[in-house]
Design a protein around this ligand. Structure first.
Ligand SMILES: *Cc1c(COP(=O)(O)O)cnc(C)c1O
Length: 380
């Protein structure tokens, strides 16, 4: 398990002189993942989906490396502008946007907007005249740990109609996108999604519409405990499918979030209570669902963080299955069941969660008066 943690983030944790809880991020890992992504997907651009971790240090690192960005709100755009990111290079992919946010983004220079419905097209036409729009397809997301679900995306027939409607509204029918769901575990999801996009491209071409952008969305898996398709395997599939498209759009891009940042961070949280309730061993930590570990509540399969602890003999100790709860008094703040951890863990010991860079701090609140982990940055 130490190996998993070390490979998740090569950080000398014992050198970090910050009180727990903290989230330490190695920025050289972030920059490295960006390069790895580009190498695995030649010719594909990156628009980092900043919602999964919008720390200024991460935005700065990725901007300096040459990444572009994908946003969901005007506040995210403002955070990028601080780092000199050109709004013209930003994708505003969220398919349902407040009219005022569309207008503000357009005023700032954003020209590309995602949509999946006639209502959204009307809002874009009114608040961002002449802009370029890209339609979001609903694709098979059943092989993702966090499926995108039914909330967004439309089928090919409606997407076709909507793109023609966009043209009639004076907008530029610019591209197609999809999102296979976060931490997607099968290469087949991208294969069929790109084919679905290709079918739409084919039909639109008969109407004289050639798309300028294919956006592969996010969902590229990071490494936790489980083995996933590697980014190189995914790149192979993406290359094969792009070669089969009716034509290659001028811009092929992707919106990785988790892949770029998850493995760069380790979350450290102290044990504040250990109790036996019936037969069940409980550990209470200073970090729970509301302070950074929200994803363990959201994923049906539960816990997958590579774990370590401050115990010098962490790997040698016999383990017990622990139920893990956060610090708050709320009954929903139980984030893990039957997690095998050293039997000797006690109050004051520190647990380390590897691969904790995505969807942790971004979700953290001060719920119940407990502060989120302190962000710490090394490298870069
Ligand atoms: C959340 C999101 C992403 C990023 O997903 P990851 O699983 O973190 O890669 C990309 N595109 C859209 C539209 C999203 O909503």
């Amino acid at each position: 398990m130490t190996t998993a943690l070390a490979s998740a983030a090569p950080i000398a944790l014992q050198l970090i002189d910050v009180p727990t809880p903290y989230l330490v991020t190695d920025l050289t890992v972030v920059a490295g993942r960006y390069v790895q992504f580009l190498c695995a997907m030649p010719g594909v651009r990156v628009h980092y989906a900043m919602k999964c971790n919008s720390s200024p240090e991460i935005l700065r690192t990725l901007a300096a490396a040459g990444s572009a960005f994908e946003i969901s709100s005007i506040a995210e755009l403002r955070m990028l502008q601080v780092h000199g990111v050109d709004p013209a290079d930003v994708l505003y992919s969220h398919p349902i946007k407040a009219p005022g946010m569309i207008a503000a983004a357009w005023k700032a220079g954003v020209r590309r907007f995602g949509f999946d419905s006639p209502g959204e097209l009307a809002k874009i036409a009114e608040n961002a005249p002449d802009s370029a729009v890209y339609v979001r397809l609903r694709v098979d997301d059943t092989t993702s740990v966090f499926p995108a679900g039914n909330t967004f995306g439309t089928d090919n027939d409606e997407a076709y109609d909507l793109m023609l409607l966009a043209r009639r509204m004076g907008l530029q029918p610019y591209g197609v996108t999809f999102h296979v769901g976060s931490q997607c575990q099968s290469t087949g999801a991208w294969r069929s999604a790109i084919r679905q996009a290709g079918e739409l491209m084919d039909r639109l071409r008969d109407e004289g519409i050639e798309l300028e952008m294919l956006d592969l969305g996010g969902g590229f898996p990071a490494h936790y405990v489980a083995g996933d398709p590697s980014i190189e395997q995914l790149g192979q599939v993406v290359a094969e499918e792009i070669a089969l498209l009716p034509y290659r759009p001028a811009l092929v891009t992707a919106e990785p979030g988790r892949f770029l940042v998850a493995e760069a961070s380790v979350l450290a949280a102290k044990v504040i209570g250990r109790e036996l309730r019936g037969e069940e061993h409980w550990l209470y930590l200073e970090v729970g669902a509301y302070h950074g570990l929200m994803e363990s509540l959201q994923s049906p399969g539960g816990w997958d963080y590579p774990m370590s602890s401050s115990l010098p003999d962490h790997d040698a100790q016999p383990t017990l299955p622990f139920t893990i709860a956060g610090p708050s008094g709320h009954a929903t703040d139980v984030v893990g069941y039957a997690i095998p951890l050293p039997a000797g863990l006690t109050v004051g010991d520190v647990l380390y969660f590897g691969s904790a860079g995505a969807y942790t701090l971004a979700y953290a609140s001060n719920f119940n008066g407990f502060a989120p982990p302190t962000p710490v940055f090394v490298g870069g």
